[in-house]
Design a protein around this ligand. Structure first.
Ligand code: FAD
Ligand code: PHE
Length: 500
C-alpha cells in the first residue's frame, strides 16, 4: 500500500462505504440490547473507541465488562497531546509535550463528518463540538516553486474557468452534438458560463473570484496578477488537489470536540467507569474454553488472568494475529490479511498566529507536493496568543521517511520544508513540537489497517470465533474513521447479545 493517496484510500471502499454511511444514519437510532445481560461477564481487549463503546453499550444492558488496555490511557488512535504528555515510541524515543495550557494537538483522529455516528455519541455523552474547518478557499496549494503557492480560490477559479472555456468551445462548434441530441445544450452553456465565470463570448479572463492582492473596501481593491495561461495552470499540478472536499467523508461542514478529540474516549471511559478499565494491561494470550474465555495479561510486571463468559477483541488485527490463542489457524490467517498502513503528524506550537494575522488563513489546510503533504491551521483558539499547527500529515512512504527519523530530526525537516512555503517565521516563531509516527507507536504499530474487503478473511472475522467477537474500524467499511469503530462495536455487541 505504498504511496497511498487520499484519493486511493477513498476509492478503496467507496461503494461499500456509502452503503455503510446510509446504514449508519439509520444507526443513529441504535437500540442497545435489552437489559438481560445481568450476571454475564465480558472481557474487552483494547480500550480504544471500539472497546470502550462495546463496554458502554453492553454495560447499559447489564453485562459486567472489564476492559484491558495496554497503554497508559484509553483512546487508542484517538490521541490528543497536551502540555505535560509523554510518549515513548518503539525506537525508545521519548517526547514530552510543552504546549501551552489550552492548546493541543490531535495526533490521530481530528475531524468528524455530520453523518457519522461519532456525533451521535458526542450528543449522548455531552461532548461539546465545534466546526472543524476542513477546506479553506484562503489556504494554499504549494507545488514546485518557493513561496506559499496559489490560494485554493485562485486555483479553482483558473482551472474551472479554463475547463469551462474549453467545453464551451467544443459545445459551440458542435463537438458534443451527438451527446446532446436529447437536449441540454443551452443549459450546459449557461452552466459553464456561471461555473467558469466566463465572458459572454465564452472566454475565461479571470475576475474577482480569483481573489485580490488587496481586497475591495471603499475603493475597488487590487486584483491579483494573472491568470496564467491554460497550459501553465494545467502544468502547475493544482488540479490534483481540488477534489478532496467533494468526498462524502470530507465535505464541509465537519466537526471536532471542543478541547481535543480525546474528549470522546474520555467521556466513554467515564460512562463505562474507571473501575472497569485496567490500564497498562497488556493481553498476552486468549483461550476459548467450554466454560468461558480465559485471557492472560501482564500488568505492573505481574502475569494475571481473567475469565469471562464472552470476549470482544478490538486490538489492531496485525497485533491480534501475533497473540497466542486457540481460535484456529484460519483466524490467524484472516487477521494477517489486514495490512497496517503508516501515517504521521507533527504538532508545531507557535508563539504567534501569523497564519491568521499575516495571511488571513483561519483553519483549513495547505496542500503541498513536498513530503509534508499538508499543513493544517487550527480550527479553534482564533486570535489567541499562540497556536499549534499540524506541520505535516502524511501517509505511506512519506510517513515512513519521517518515522525513520528521531523526533528532533522530524521537527527540523518539517521546519525547513515549511519555511519554503511560509518563509522565515515558520522557524523563528516556532516554540515546541511533538510528532507521532503511528507505525512506531507501541500497541498500535500502524495508523489503520487496510481491510481485504470482499475477501473470506473479512467475512470470517465479522463472525465470532467461539466466544470471541471482533470489533474495530478495520472490520467496517469506514476504516480510518471513529465511525467505523463505533458501528463495528455496535455490530459485535448486537451479535453477542443475540446469542447470550
Ligand atoms: P484503536 O484505537 O486502535 O484501539 C485498539 C486498542 O487496543 C488500543 O488502545 C491499543 O492500545 C489496544 N491494544 C493493542 N494491543 C493490546 C494488548 N496486547 N493488550 C491490551 N490492549 C491492546 N477518525 C476520525 O473519526 N476522524 C479523523 O479525522 C481520523 N483521522 C485519523 C488520523 C490518523 C493519523 C489516525 C491514526 C487515525 C485517524 N482516525 C480518524 C481513525 C480513528 O482514530 C480510528 O478509526 C479509531 O480510533 C479506531 O478505534 P478502535 O477502537 O477500532 O482501534
Ligand atoms: N480519516 C482520516 C482523516 O480524515 C484518514 C482519511 C484520510 C480517510 C483521507 C479518508 C481520506 O484524516
Amino acid at each position: 500500500m505504498d504511496g497511498l493517496t487520499r484519493r486511493r484510500l477513498l476509492q478503496a471502499g467507496a461503494g461499500g462505504a456509502l452503503l455503510a454511511a446510509l446504514a449508519a444514519s439509520e444507526g443513529a437510532a441504535f437500540t442497545p440490547p435489552s437489559r438481560t445481560g445481568a450476571g454475564r461477564s465480558v472481557v474487552v481487549l483494547g480500550g480504544g473507541v471500539a472497546g470502550l463503546t462495546s463496554a458502554y453499550e453492553l454495560g447499559k444492558a447489564g453485562y459486567h465488562c472489564t476492559v484491558l488496555e495496554a497503554r497508559h490511557k484509553p483512546g487508542g488512535r484517538v490521541l490528543t497531546i497536551r502540555g505535560g504528555d509523554t510518549e515513548t515510541d518503539l525506537d525508545g524515543h521519548t517526547q514530552r509535550a510543552s504546549f501551552a495550557y489550552g492548546t493541543y494537538f490531535n495526533a490521530g483522529a481530528a475531524r468528524i463528518a455530520p453523518w457519522m455516528v461519532t456525533l451521535d455519541y458526542c450528543r449522548e455523552l455531552g461532548v461539546p463540538i465545534e466546526v472543524f474547518v476542513n477546506s479553506n478557499a484562503d489556504a494554499f496549494i504549494h507545488t514546485g516553486a518557493g513561496g506559499p503557492g496559489v490560494r485554493f480560490r485562485t486555483a479553482r477559479a483558473d482551472l474551472f474557468g479554463y475547463v469551462s472555456q474549453l467545453l464551451t468551445r467544443v459545445t459551440r462548434s458542435g463537438g458534443l452534438d451527438a451527446e446532446l441530441a436529447g437536449g441540454g445544450r443551452d443549459e450546459l452553456l449557461e452552466f459553464l458560463r456561471d461555473f467558469g465565470r466566463l465572458t459572454d463570448d465564452g472566454e475565461y479572463q479571470g475576475g474577482p473570484d480569483r481573489g485580490f492582492a488587496t481586497y475591495p473596501g471603499v475603493d475597488g481593491g487590487v486584483p491579483l496578477d494573472g491568470p496564467a495561461s491554460l497550459s501553465d495552470v494545467l502544468r502547475s499540478g493544482v488540479g490534483a488537489y481540488l477534489g478532496f472536499d467533494l468526498a462524502f467523508d470530507q465535505a464541509m461542514p465537519m466537526f471536532q470536540p471542543v478541547g481535543g478529540m480525546d474528549r470522546i474516549p474520555m467521556a466513554l471511559a467515564r460512562a463505562v467507569g474507571a473501575d472497569r478499565i485496567r490500564l497498562g494491561a497488556v493481553v498476552t494470550s486468549v483461550a476459548d474454553r467450554p466454560g468461558g474465555v480465559e485471557v492472560r495479561y501482564r500488568q505492573d510486571g505481574r502475569e494475571r488472568m481473567i475469565t469471562a463468559d464472552y470476549c470482544v477483541a478490538t486490538m489492531p488485527p496485525h497485533l491480534m494475529a501475533r497473540l497466542p490463542h486457540n481460535l484456529g489457524d484460519d483466524v490467524t490467517t484472516a487477521l494477517r490479511a489486514f495490512t497496517p498502513f503508516p501515517a504521521g503528524k507533527i504538532g508545531l506550537e507557535y508563539r504567534s498566529r501569523w497564519w491568521e494575522s499575516d495571511l488571513g488563513v483561519y483553519g483549513g489546510a495547505t496542500d503541498t507536493d513536498l513530503d509534508l503533504r499538508q499543513i493544517w491551521y487550527p480550527s479553534s483558539g482564533f486570535h489567541a496568543a499562540r497556536g499549534v499547527l499540524v506541520g505535516y500529515y502524511n501517509f505511506g512512504t512519506d510517513a515512513e521517511a519521517y518515522a525513520r527519523l528521531a523526533p528532533h530530526d522530524r521537527t527540523e525537516r518539517a521546519l525547513s520544508l515549511g519555511e519554503r512555503i511560509h518563509g522565515a517565521k515558520y522557524r523563528t516563531e516556532a516554540m515546541s513540537s511533538f510528532s507521532v509516527s503511528w507505525s512506531r507507536v507501541p500497541h498500535l504499530e500502524g495508523a489503520w489497517a487496510a481491510p481485504p474487503y470482499g475477501s473470506p478473511a473479512f467475512a470470517l472475522l465479522r463472525e465470532p470465533a467461539g466466544r470471541v467477537h471482533f470489533a474495530g474500524d478495520w472490520l467496517s467499511q469506514t476504516v480510518a474513521w471513529q465511525h467505523g469503530a463505533f458501528v463495528s462495536a455496535r455490530a459485535a455487541v448486537t451479535a453477542l447479545h443475540a446469542r447470550a
